[in-house]
Design a binder for this molecule. Structure first.
Ligand code: ADP
Ligand code: ADP
Length: 229
């Protein structure tokens, strides 16, 4: 478990007309370790850009991002990512999809199999180890993507609209699953969504972002019964 600190983060892109497009401005926030934070706001307000900066995939124009005791300068093994797009490899079975990231990370085969089995069970896909993504629903494929990330045992998990491509019923179901999993793993989570109900259901804290420039205009602590902590 690790905390995340964003210090006066500003991210601007050059435009054709010579002016700059300020995607993120003045973001100054701290996420304590083991906390689940959501970012909500309209499409184009800068949520993905901010998340990408925490992931080390987007340079900040000014300010800084720190995860634990390390400044973020690029992708980091301690950070797990889940994106909206289906990222499963269709020619690999579920278990081999989950093992893939660990293979890249150089985890031993025995350890890969052990961690893959635990992660597959954690996301509710036990029994589907030998299935291929093409045989699964979109929701189940996102469970595979989640398992692949969790099997790396990241201390920080970043999710960018992971369920946006799914139907409403599946989204609600998977939201509940993410919450159940978080209660077991207690990772530090930053979750991007345009769905305020989803944010409130899942998070301990919701950051509300506004459009152009992308600023955090409100921080809402969600107090719910003990089962949340
Ligand atoms: P959201 O995730 O809230 O929908 P984004 O972070 O994707 O918003 O985008 C925020 C703003 O930054 C948008 O106006 C978008 O067009 C712009 N933007 C994002 N990435 C780039 C880029 N690589 N180059 C130029 N503009 C970008
Ligand atoms: P191990 O059995 O390898 O010592 P841990 O002590 O890390 O595993 O976690 C115990 C169980 O909790 C795991 O078997 C798994 O089901 C679940 N778990 C905890 N954290 C994670 C995680 N990041 N990814 C997957 N499963 C986890």
């Amino acid at each position: 478990p690790t905390d995340i600190e964003l210090k006066d983060v500003r991210i601007a892109f050059p435009t054709a007309s010579g002016t700059e497009l300020v995607a993120v401005d003045g973001v100054h926030q701290h996420i304590p370790e083991r906390t689940f934070v959501s970012i909500v706001g309209p499409s184009g307000c800068g949520k993905s850009t901010l998340l990408a900066a925490v992931a080390g995939l987007q340079k900040v124009t000014s300010g800084s991002v720190r995860i634990g005791d390390r400044p973020v300068n690029g992708p980091d093994r301690a950070v797990g990512l889940v994106f909206q797009e289906d990222s499963t490899l269709p020619w690999r079975t579920v278990v081999d999809n989950v093992r893939f990231a660990m293979q890249v990370a150089g985890v031993s085969k025995a350890e890969q199999l052990e961690r893959a089995a635990a992660a597959i069970e954690l996301v509710g896909l036990k029994g589907f180890e030998k299935s291929r993504p093409t045989e699964l629903s979109g929701g189940m494929r996102q469970r595979v993507a989640l398992a692949r990330t969790l099997a790396l045992r990241p201390s920080v998990v970043l999710m960018d609209e992971p369920f946006a491509a799914l139907d409403q019923q599946t989204r609600i179901l998977l939201g509940a699953e993410v919450l159940r999993i978080w209660r077991q793993t207690h990772q530090t989570v930053l979750f991007v969504t345009h769905d305020i109900a989803e944010a409130i259901l899942l998070s301990q804290q919701v950051w509300v972002m506004s459009y152009r420039p992308g600023r955090i205009i409100d921080v809402v602590d969600v107090d719910l019964p003990e089962e949340r902590s």
